[in-house]
Design a protein around this ligand. Structure first.
Ligand code: MN
Length: 288
C-alpha cells in the first residue's frame, strides 16, 4: 500500500495516478496540527492492524487526481532522522577526491560506516524547494545532493536482531540528504531547513519486497548523476537497522537514510533534481 500525506495533513492511499482520502477510516482522532499529529506515528506502529480498514475505505472512495493535490513528506514529527555514512564502496572512493577539494585533506574517520543524526526540521516535501544557505554559498562551500533509499520505522525497538529488522519497519520512501561539504560537524552541515526532501509517499514493506533490489537514480537538470542498485550497499538494510537500534531506540515514524550512492556532486540555484527509486516512485525538487 502507498500511503501519502496531502493537503491539511490528510491521509491518502495512492492508486495509479489518483489518491483516495482515507482519513475517516483511522481508528483514532485525526489532528491536522503537525505538531500534535501522533496519528501518523501510531499508523506506522500499527499499520498491519489498520490496513484492512484503509483498504476498504480506499475502495469506496472516489480518487482525487494526484496532479491536483499537494503531497507532503510521508513523516510527521519524527523523533529523529538517522543517516548512514559510507555505505557504498563507490561513494567512499569518490569522497577521497571530494575531501581533498573541499577540506584540503582526507578525514579517514569520515570514510567509515556509521550512523549520525540530521535535524527533523530539515524535512521538506516531494515537490519542495531546497534553499541553499546564503552564508555557505557566499563562502564558496560546495553543497551536494545525495539520493538515498529511506526507511520509515514501523514498530521499531531497541537491539533489534538483523533477522527481525525488516519487520520493525513500516516501509520505504525516497530521501535526499543535502550536504554542505567542509570541515564542520555533519549534524550542522546536513541540517539546514529543506535539506531533507522525502517522498512522494510511504510504500509499505509488503509492496517493496527485498530492499536490496531497488534502483536509485538522480538527474540534475536532465543529466544522470547517480545510478545504483541497492544491492551494492556495504551494510544491508537489515544490518544497518539492527546497528542503529543497538545505539538508540527506533520509534515509530523515525526515518533512516541508508547512505549515498556514488555520483554525488554540487547543486546550484535554479537546478531541478529528479530522483527515482524503483517501486517507490519519483520526485522533482527545485533549488534556490
Ligand atoms: Mn547521506
Amino acid at each position: 500500500m502507498r500511503l501519502a500525506i496531502f493537503g491539511a495533513q490528510r491521509l491518502g492511499v495512492v492508486t495509479g495516478d489518483g489518491v483516495a482520502d482515507v482519513t475517516g477510516a483511522l481508528p483514532w482522532p485525526h489532528d491536522a496540527d503537525p505538531l500534535t499529529a501522533g496519528w501518523w506515528r501510531r499508523l506506522c506502529r500499527d499499520f498491519e492492524a489498520v490496513r484492512p480498514a484503509l483498504a476498504a475505505a480506499a475502495r469506496g472512495a472516489a480518487a482525487l487526481p494526484l496532479a491536483g493535490v499537494s503531497l507532503a513528506a510521508p513523516v510527521l514529527n519524527p523523533s529523529k532522522i538517522i543517516a548512514v555514512a559510507s555505505n557504498y564502496a563507490g561513494h567512499v572512493s569518490e569522497m577521497h577526491d571530494v575531501q581533498r577539494r573541499t577540506l584540503g585533506r582526507v578525514e579517514s574517520w569520515m570514510m567509515e560506516f556509521d550512523v549520525f543524526l540530521k535535524a527533523p526540521s530539515a524535512v521538506t516535501g516531494p515537490a519542495g524547494t531546497v534553499v541553499l544557505p546564503p552564508a555557505e554559498v557566499a563562502a564558496g562551500h560546495e553543497i551536494h545532493h545525495e539520493a538515498e533509499l529511506a526507511v520509515v520505522v514501523g514498530p521499531g525497538g531497541k537491539d533489534i536482531p538483523p533477522g527481525r529488522a525488516l519487520g520493525a519497519l513500516a516501509g520505504y520512501t525516497i530521501g535526499l540528504d543535502i550536504t554542505v561539504r567542509g570541515a564542520a560537524d555533519r549534524s550542522r552541515r546536513k541540517s539546514y531547513d529543506t535539506f531533507c526532501p522525502l517522498g512522494p509517499w510511504l510504500t509499505t514493506s509488503d509492496e517493496v519486497g527485498d530492499p536490496a533490489s531497488l534502483r536509485i537514480e538522480l538527474e540534475r537538470n536532465g543529466v544522470l548523476r547517480q545510478q545504483v542498485s541497492t544491492s551494492d550497499m556495504l551494510v544491508s538494510v537489515a544490518d544497518l537497522v539492527a546497528y542503529a537500534s543497538s545505539v538508540m531506540t527506533l520509534l515509530p515514524g523515525d526515518v533512516i537514510l541508508t547512505g549515498a550512492p556514488p555520483g554525488v556532486g554540487p547543486i546550484a540555484a535554479g537546478d531541478k533534481l529528479r530522483v527515482r527509486i524503483g517501486r517507490l516512485g519519483e520526485m522533482e525538487l527545485s533549488v534556490r
